[in-house]
Ligand binder design. Structure first.
Ligand code: ADP
Length: 239
């Protein structure tokens, strides 16, 4: 059984002529670290929103470990780090984690012990009681990831987790993801950074303008950038 199956999903924001996702199909194998790659407007964030149940009406089907979405229990077993940093800067890291733990229905003592663990995993343990407003952008990104990990999700969805951060934080996030994946967590990572996808992931879905161009092993593609150019006539970094 796949960790995630997206079958012919079509979604339109309504105010746009083109569909944000167009008959979009892909699968993520359990235990894999899978890249979702495409330039701006490819539909990566929209797909993450569909998977996490943020839209009521879309065509097609999403299943997670065989359960058709939306399904409340399954939603609670997903970790999601959205592209915009989604933490409270007026609280400390620990306060953020305890708040999100409560929102996820975690008992207080479990939330507190998991908070400590995820702060260590993301290299923030020494800054746990510091206001997030004093954090660097990279530290805030790492906290965004820590929040997504708090409830020990089976499937982790990361939307552009390293955009606009310093190399040290980026490297730290790569290390964290590699360790989590080695311990069995399935990860879907959206990115427009080719080196990131090729370095971390053995499977890739390549998308453009809401349509899947390729979905399969990374080893079949020598160079993602060149492959994309050949298929679309455009570069991956073009807007
Ligand atoms: P990506 O994450 O790959 O950059 P998006 O999912 O953000 O792609 O965007 C896919 C398409 O949907 C784009 O044409 C974008 O303009 C449109 N879109 C994204 N978010 C919204 C929104 N909130 N309202 C209207 N259109 C949107």
């Amino acid at each position: 059984m796949n960790a995630l199956d997206i079958s012919a999903v079509t979604y339109s924001y309504g105010n746009k002529a083109a569909n944000a996702l167009n008959n979009f199909s892909m699968s993520v194998a359990p235990g894999s670290m899978h890249a979702l790659v495409g330039p701006n407007g490819a539909g990566k964030s929209t797909l993450m929103r569909v998977i996490t149940g943020q839209f009521r009406s879309y065509a097609g089907r999403v299943t997670i470990y065989g359960r058709t979405m939306p399904d409340r229990d399954t939603l609670l077993s997903i970790g999601y780090a959205p592209q915009p940093i989604s933490v409270y800067t007026g609280l400390t890291a620990m306060e953020n984690l305890l708040f999100f733990g409560a929102m996820a229905g975690m008992p207080k003592t479990r939330a507190a012990s998991r908070a400590q663990e995820v702060l260590e995993q993301t290299g923030l343990a020494d800054h746990a009681r510091q206001l997030v407003s004093t954090y660097s952008g990279g530290m805030q990104r790492r906290l965004n990831l820590a929040v997504a990990l708090l409830h020990s999700p089976l499937l982790l969805l990361l939307d552009e987790p390293t955009v606009g951060i310093d190399p040290q934080s980026r490297y730290h996030i790569y290390e964290t993801l590699t360790a989590l994946n080695a311990a069995g967590m399935t990860v879907l990572l959206s990115t427009h950074i080719m080196e990131e996808a090729q370095r971390l992931c053995r499977a890739v879905t390549l998308a453009d303008k809401g349509t899947v161009i390729y979905d399969g092993p990374m080893s079949e593609i020598d160079n993602l950038e060149r492959f994309f150019l050949e298929k679309t006539g455009r570069g991956l970094r073009d807007d």
